[in-house]
Design a protein around this ligand. Structure first.
Ligand code: NAD
Ligand SMILES: O=C(O)C(=O)C[C@@H](O)[C@H](O)[C@H](O)COP(=O)(O)O
Ligand code: ZN
Length: 365
């Protein structure tokens, strides 16, 4: 088996993302020196993945905080239950949290780590493609509120991220496909080679042991690492680049769709639809050619992701989009691309263009 790849995230508090097969032995190296207690935050449904950790964390006091599966964990009640447990255990600033799960778990666990004692160390051990390529890297943490997705949270960078591709062996196919939504997104915003790989590989060959899947995972992590190293807190980019907001490509509509479906749609699926929507919007604003719009449909569609959706009214979605974090006052702002790897911000598109773009993703082609 090939040696692990280490992707360095060069922010003010730098850390490594280790990617490879059977790399759980690296966990100990990623823990900050002096840690005596570890709280593993993980969903009940992934209990079967916990066994290898006992051996790897031998000599430390380990507690397991079981949380609900997926999006059900991203709310203040679950965060409060975790705070309660950490209090009972007398968890201090020299202790550390390890998250083990998909992006919902790393978001919740990261938020608990960010808020307990105003911040304790967290190591993410993502178990989905989506969490490996995106959620576990970059320090965004958060929970949902009735008003929408990720509306409460903070930036709290991990001390390290361990992506063991062997953990994907039990991941259902639809979840692998959903994770590819964020990977293909990275292809459009920054790394054209990702699109070439997706377009030339049989989708059924993108399995956990496939070298191409590994390359896609590593490339997407590199895209994210480069972006957050430049603009960790999403305050803006340089020379017309949107900065960290670029990673939100497709997310304005995606989050509104997730809320509208009560989170029954997978995040990566909603992102695929949202990316086709912003491509349509960019085309209407005269920024993007029709062939690149169609390339969105073909690349996301090729890996098995949805590219059309029309299950909520435009008015409802628009109301949710208004609380997107990129909005400023009454003005909606979207990240669009002018070509592959050339992202810009489109501020205040007309309601007619928004509606027409939504209509355009309603028709299956
Ligand atoms: N913080 C960020 O930068 C960031 C980035 C992208 C996405 N996110 C968030 O991540 C979440 C989506 O993450 P996700 O797609 O990983 O979803 P998820 O965490 O809900 O996991 C998806 C499903 O896969 C199951 N699962 C996870 N690992 C498994 C394994 N190895 N074997 C079998 N089943 C497994 C989970 O139990 C769950 O049912 C969303 O809440 C999204 O907002 C955050
Ligand atoms: O890391 C980022 O920045 C992103 O925008 C990555 C997104 O894929 C991710 O879904 C993120 O959680 C969305 O952030 P939000 O600020 O819109 O909640
Ligand atoms: Zn996302």
């Amino acid at each position: 088996m090939t040696a692990p790849t280490v992707i360095h995230v060069a922010t003010a508090a730098p850390y490594d993302v280790v990617v490879g097969h059977d790399v759980l032995d690296r966990l100990r190296d990623l823990l900050p020196a002096g840690v005596q207690r570890v709280a593993i935050i993980s969903p009940e449904s992934l209990e079967g993945l916990l066994d290898p950790f006992a051996e790897r964390l031998e000599g430390l006091d380990v507690i397991v905080l079981q949380v609900p599966d997926g999006e059900e964990a991203k709310n203040w009640e679950v965060a409060a239950a975790c705070w309660e447990s950490l209090g009972e255990e007398g968890f201090t600033r020299s202790d550390a949290i390890v998250t083990l799960g998909g992006g919902a778990t790393t978001d919740l666990g990261g938020f608990v780590a960010a808020t307990w004692l105003r911040g304790v160390a967290v190591i993410h051990v993502p178990t989905t493609v989506l969490a490996m390529v995106d959620a576990a890297v970059g320090g965004k943490t958060g929970i949902n509120t009735p008003a929408g997705k990720n509306l409460v949270g903070s930036f709290h960078e991990p001390a390290g991220v361990l992506c063991d591709l062997a953990l994907l062996d039990t991941l259902p196919r639809e979840e692998i496909v959903a994770g590819l939504g964020e990977v293909v997104k990275c292809g459009f915003i920054a790394d054209a080679r990702i699109l070439e790989l997706v377009e030339t590989t049989e989708p059924s060959e993108l399995t956990p042991d496939s070298p191409v899947l590994r390359e896609l995972v590593e490339r997407a992590i590199q895209v994210k690492a480069d972006v957050v190293a430049d603009d960790l807190k999403e305050t803006g980019g340089r020379d017309g680049h949107p900065g960290r907001e670029v990673l939100n490509y497709g997310h304005t509509l995606a989050h509104a769709i997730e809320k509208a479906t009560d989170y029954r749609i997978r995040h990566g699926e909603a992102v695929a639809i949202g990316c086709v929507f912003v491509a349509e919007l960019a085309s209407r604003a005269g920024a993007l050619s029709a062939d690149v719009v169609e390339r969105h449909r073909s690349a996301f569609g090729r890996v098995g992701l949805p590219t059309s959706w029309q299950e909520a009214s435009f008015e409802d979605l628009l109301a949710t989009m208004r609380v997107d974090k990129k909005a400023r006052g009454n003005q909606l702002r979207f990240v669009v691309i002018e070509d592959i790897g050339r992202p810009v911000v489109l501020a205040g598109p007309s309601e007619d263009d928004l509606r027409a773009s939504y209509d355009a993703i309603g028709a299956t082609r």
